[in-house]
Write a protein that binds this ligand. Structure first.
Ligand code: AVJ
Length: 332
């Protein structure tokens, strides 16, 4: 945690005579992000904090929704083209997955990749990585699983067993859409450095399309996406001693055609004050908290971005309705 943020001492349970207690690092990062995000205007919160236990369960529910096509279409693409992907990806023996989450899709890919002997899931959420590793090891006999609990947008080092062989990276679910174009380019360049010579990268990217299809995917009828978005405020209440009246905020998702992205916001329904870790913030009626970007790319847009980060586009697969794309990239 940054030391220079002026936390009120009593809220961290400190007294002047006792040493400071150690904060859980995830909670500390969340605290810092929320205090900084509420202090700036327009207000914003980073979307990676959606995924506490509650949020992860809600996201799983989103992937089952009729309106939320990305999960379903990506899985279908992996199933239909698995053999071809395996064929085109060369002789990689190590699969490195970025932001591995629940690993259902990974299983589909591993089934097609008979030669892969080592699987390295990288995720900041240690618990979900461990769970996913267990789930996968039951289904893929003889696969060595070496989880890496790390932030894959920063530099990290692969375990020794993964160093010598040719590698395949996997980044699914259009998670890359959460990054700005500059961040996505930096991620791709970093992945190139991590995976090294002759590596391939398979990446799921949501396509630009008619807002009449895009918008319902983020405004589902059952309100699961709304609950997912609002859970961020509930998490503040649970973890950061917040007193936010969640019923006085509503979910909003819009499509910004110029930027080619869905934006999720929480909108304050009233003029209100909220407290977080002893700090007070005032929200005006109609004031917005920007909680997520989800960028959409045409196939050509994404290939251009990949090339700018040093990757050669090998092939792109899309479904017949052109809802979603899977890109295979390679390093020279
Ligand atoms: C998993 C980050 C790709 O942006 O579509 C789903 C997250 N947000 N519904 C996306 C999400 C709202 C999702 N990603």
């Amino acid at each position: 945690m940054e030391r220079d943020f002026p936390y009120p001492l009593e809220d961290l349970g400190r007294s002047s005579t006792l040493p400071a207690p150690r904060l859980d690092p995830v909670r500390a990062a969340f605290a810092e992000a929320v205090l900084a995000g509420f202090a700036r205007k327009p207000r914003s919160l980073p979307c990676r904090f959606f995924y506490d236990a509650h949020g992860s369960a809600l996201f799983e529910e989103i992937t089952q929704l009729e309106e939320y096509y990305p999960a379903r279409v990506e899985a279908a693409l992996l199933e239909v083209h698995g053999a071809e992907i395996a064929d085109r990806m060369g002789d990689a023996r190590v699969l490195v997955e970025f932001g591995s989450g629940s690993s259902r899709k990974t299983s589909l890919l591993l089934s097609a990749l008979a030669r892969v002997a080592v699987y390295v899931p990288i995720d900041v959420a240690g618990e979900s990585v461990a769970e996913a590793a267990e789930w996968l090891s039951e289904r893929h006999d003889g696969l060595a699983i070496r989880p890496l609990v790390a932030d894959f947008t920063k530099t990290c080092t692969l375990p020794v067993v993964a160093r010598r062989s040719r590698k395949l990276g996997f980044f699914s679910g259009s998670t890359i859409g959460n990054l700005t174009h500059a961040e996505a380019q930096a991620f791709l360049a970093n992945a190139a450095r991590l995976l090294g010579r002759g590596a391939a990268l398979l990446i799921g990217v949501d396509l630009k399309k008619d807002p009449a299809i895009l918008l319902p995917a983020y405004n589902d009828r059952r309100g699961v996406t709304a609950a997912f978005n609002l859970n961020l405020l509930e998490r503040i209440n649970r973890e950061l001693d917040g007193d936010i009246d969640v019923s006085r905020f509503v979910h909003d998702a819009i499509y910004d055609e110029d930027q080619g992205r869905i934006e999720m916001h929480l909108v304050s329904l009233a003029c209100q004050r909220v407290r977080v870790l002893g700090w007070e913030f005032r929200f005006g009626r109609g004031e917005r908290i920007h909680t997520e970007n989800s960028h959409k790319y045409s196939v050509a847009d994404f290939q251009f971005l990949a090339q700018s980060a040093g990757w050669m586009p090998v092939q792109a697969w899309t479904d017949k309705d052109r809802l979603f794309s899977l890109h295979l990239l390679r390093l020279a």
